[in-house]
Design a protein around this ligand. Structure first.
Ligand code: IMP
Ligand code: MG
Length: 178
């Protein structure tokens, strides 16, 4: 049996959605870009494409940083979220945009929002490429959402299955094939 990936969102669909999200974010923030905080590792490909899709006028003022979030217990989230890595940039008094690849139970994003609150940003908005609302256990105020997905374990474009598949340029579901 070999594993194959059934494509849910191909490169073109992702690129179009990322452009639309970047335009929406730019329209909501006016002249000054928010501080972009990505949740490593899953957010990285999405965040890099999002940054490049922002208005050219934002380039010189754009600041981004990362937080590391790890959920113990493999693919079965227990709510035991560990955050590591402090922000290098200051978010005090700034608008912040938190970026992740997927919000599932919501526990990771809730922990990140709680952590960021200590740094006194003026406002925090959440942007996720994928949203799995059927799995939510903790409410998360998602402002920018790329795609809603059903309760499937997805891989690609930053998302992994035991650290594999993150490099795929598309998003899909791993299936066994004969
Ligand atoms: P949450 O804390 O349950 O919302 O989970 C968020 C994290 O779990 C994401 O940042 C991913 O790292 C991981 N995750 C949740 N669902 C998936 C999936 O379908 N594929 C890959 N990773 C996932
Ligand atoms: Mg993650």
């Amino acid at each position: 049996m070999a594993a194959a990936v059934r494509v849910l969102f191909d490169e073109g669909a992702i690129a179009r959605r990322v452009s639309a999200l970047a335009a929406e974010i730019a329209a909501d923030h006016g002249g000054r870009p928010p501080v972009i905080v990505g949740i490593r590792n899953g957010a990285v490909p999405f965040m890099m494409d999002l940054l490049r899709a922002f208005p050219v006028s934002w380039n010189s003022d754009l600041v981004f940083d990362f937080l590391d979030a790890t959920s113990y217990a493999g693919s079965c989230s227990t709510g035991d979220i560990r955050l590591a890595g402090d922000l290098v940039v200051s978010v005090e008094g700034r608008e912040v945009l938190v970026v992740d690849g997927i919000v599932d139970t919501g526990r990771t994003m809730a922990a990140v929002l709680n952590h960021l609150g200590d740094s006194k940003p003026s406002r925090v908005r959440v942007c996720t490429l994928l949203d799995k609302p059927s799995r939510r256990r903790v409410a998360v105020p998602i402002v920018y959402r790329g795609f809603e997905v059903e309760d499937l374990f997805v891989v690609g474009y930053g998302m992994d299955l035991d650290q594999r598949y993150r490099g795929l340029p598309y998003i899909g579901v791993v299936e066994e094939s004969a």
